[in-house]
Design a protein around this ligand. Structure first.
Ligand code: PHE
Length: 346
C-alpha cells in the first residue's frame, strides 16, 4: 500500500481530492486503519515484526498528507494573490471618528491662553489630604468655610494617618506648586474637583482651573489685567467688561469675586439668550484675590518677600457660556449624539 499511497497523495490536485484520499487511508474504514486492526489477531512474535512496519507506514502517509495539504493551500493563495488587484485610486471608506469633549477642548484653549502669558501647567492629586485641601489654605479644623464645601471624605486614613478626601477645589495645587517649585511662580492648575451636590447646575464632579502668580511687588492691578486679558482671549471679544466685588475666601486677602457683563440677545422665535460682552447684566465667573500671607507662609515662602494673586473658575461653566450649552449634566451623560454635536474635531 505504501508506495501506492504516496504516489496518489503526490498526484492529488486539489484539497477535496486529498481529503477523500485521507479518509480512504486513515479514516475509520481506511486501508491503513484496517492493517492496524489485523495486529490484534497476530501472535506476539508476528506482531513484533509487523507492528513497527504498520506504524511507520501510517506515519509516513500522515506526513505526506500534511505536506501535500500545505503545498496545495500555498498554491491556492498564490493563485488568489495573482488574480486580485488593489485599485489604489478608489476613495477609502470613511472611518468613524470620535470628537474632542468640550471640557477637554476648553481646558486646551485655557492652557494655550495662559501659556502665552507665561503660565506653566501644574497638577495635583484628586485624592487629596486634609492639610493641602483645607489647613494650608487657612482653613484649620472646625473653620466654618469647610462646611461650605460638601466634602467627600474617605472612611480610612492614609498610611501616614492623614485624613483623606476628594479635593473640593483646585486650590490645593497652589500649595503643592509653591512647595515643589518655589518662587517666583506662574502656574495654572486645571482638573477635576468633587462636591456632594447634584442638580441642573451642580454635578458631584466638575472642573476648575486655578491660577497662581507669586513674585515681588504683585498687586491687585496685576490680577485685574490678567483676568481681563484671559477672558477677552477666551471669549474672543474685546467688549468684555469685568466687575470686581469684594468677597471672602480664607486663602485670599483681600478677596474679589469677578462678574462678567452680558447682553441679552433675542432670537427670531422670541427666545432670549445671555451673550457674554457688554454690561446689560452681570454673572459671576470666578473667585480670586491676593494670596493670604498665611498661605504663603504655610507653603514655605516668606510673605514679606513674596506676594501673589490667585483665582479659580469653573471650566464647565466657561464652556457652557462660550458654546451655548444649557444643561451641565449633559457633559457627563456620555450621550454620543450630544457629544458628536458639541464635540470638536481633533
Ligand atoms: N477655590 C475657590 C472655590 O473653589 C476659588 C478661588 C480660587 C478663590 C483662588 C480665590 C482664589 O470656590
Amino acid at each position: 500500500i505504501g508506495q501506492n499511497a504516496l504516489i496518489q497523495i503526490a498526484a492529488a490536485d486539489d484539497l477535496d481530492a486529498l481529503e477523500t484520499l485521507r479518509v480512504a487511508l486513515l479514516g475509520k474504514q481506511g486501508s491503513i486503519s484496517g492493517l492496524l486492526k489485523t495486529l490484534g489477531a497476530m501472535s506476539p512474535d508476528e506482531r513484533k515484526v509487523e507492528g513497527p512496519k504498520i506504524h511507520a507506514l501510517r506515519e509516513s502517509v500522515t506526513e505526506a498528507l500534511a505536506a501535500r495539504k500545505a503545498a496545495l493551500e500555498n498554491d491556492a493563495l498564490e493563485t488568489q494573490l495573482a488574480s486580485e488587484t488593489i485599485d489604489l485610486t478608489l476613495p477609502a471608506p470613511e472611518a468613524p471618528r470620535g470628537t474632542v469633549h468640550p471640557i477637554s477642548q476648553v481646558m486646551d484653549e485655557l492652557a494655550e491662553i495662559f501659556a502665552d502669558l507665561g503660565f506653566a501647567v501644574a497638577t495635583g492629586p484628586e485624592i487629596e489630604d486634609d492639610w493641602h485641601n483645607f489647613t494650608a489654605l487657612n482653613m484649620p479644623e472646625s473653620h466654618p468655610a469647610r462646611a461650605m464645601h460638601d466634602t467627600f471624605y474617605f472612611a480610612d486614613r492614609d498610611a501616614q494617618g492623614r485624613e483623606m478626601l476628594l479635593r473640593t477645589h483646585t486650590s490645593p495645587v497652589q500649595i503643592r506648586a509653591m512647595l515643589e517649585r518655589g518662587a517666583p511662580l506662574r502656574v495654572i492648575a486645571p482638573g477635576r474637583v468633587y462636591r456632594s451636590d447634584s442638580d441642573a447646575t451642580h454635578t458631584p464632579m466638575f472642573h476648575q482651573i486655578e491660577g497662581l502668580v507669586i513674585d515681588k511687588g504683585i498687586h491687585l492691578g496685576h490680577l485685574k489685567w490678567t483676568l481681563e486679558t484671559f477672558l477677552k482671549a477666551y471669549f474672543e471679544r474685546d467688549d468684555i467688561v469685568l466687575r470686581l466685588r469684594p468677597s471672602y475666601f480664607p486663602f485670599t486677602e483681600p478677596s474679589v469675586e469677578v462678574d462678567v457683563g452680558y447682553t441679552i440677545v433675542s432670537g427670531p422665535d422670541g427666545s432670549r439668550r445671555r451673550v457674554v460682552g457688554g454690561s446689560e447684566g452681570w454673572m459671576e465667573v470666578l473667585g480670586s484675590g491676593m494670596v493670604n500671607r498665611k498661605v504663603i507662609a504655610a507653603a514655605g515662602l516668606d510673605p514679606d518677600e513674596w506676594q501673589g494673586f490667585a483665582f479659580g473658575t469653573g471650566v464647565d461653566r466657561l464652556a457652557m457660556l462660550k458654546y451655548g450649552m444649557d444643561d451641565l449634566r449633559a457633559f457627563f451623560d456620555g450621550d454620543v449624539r450630544w457629544l458628536s454635536h458639541y464635540g470638536f474635531s481633533a
